[in-house]
Design a protein around this ligand. Structure first.
Ligand SMILES: [Zn+2]
Length: 114
């Protein structure tokens, strides 16, 4: 049994590509793309509902206000880190080449209770 979804991109049916052409001679149309879900459940996530990043982006753009209402954010989130350190890295291919990076390590808070 194969499951499918129609792409939710609001303009999917307006893009002039050969694979969207449907209908019989004299009454041709550009049709929204169909996304087939295989037996392993692929594609998953938003790729189930959108044929391309472009269709996903135009849906998100059109419905941004409603999407944000799902999980409104009034304060920023923060991830605890150790004090950043400057470290010098050396190329494994060219020993004469080195560069400086800022090392940022997250503090593991997964054992904290509460
Ligand atoms: Zn699409």
């Amino acid at each position: 049994m194969s499951e499918h979804y129609w792409c939710h991109g609001p303009s999917c049916h307006t893009y002039a590509t050969q694979d969207r052409v449907r209908g019989s001679k004299g009454s041709k149309v550009l049709r929204t793309r169909k996304i087939k879900i295989n037996n392993n459940g692929w594609p998953s996530g938003f790729y189930k509902y959108f044929c391309s990043n472009s269709c996903y982006n135009s849906f998100a753009d059109k419905h941004a206000e409603q999407i944000i209402k799902i999980e409104p954010r009034h304060e920023p989130l923060e991830t605890p880190i150790e004090d950043p350190k400057k470290v010098t890295r050396h190329s494994t291919y060219n020993p004469d080449y080195s560069w400086t990076e800022t090392e940022i390590k997250k503090i593991d808070t997964s054992n904290n209770v509460g």
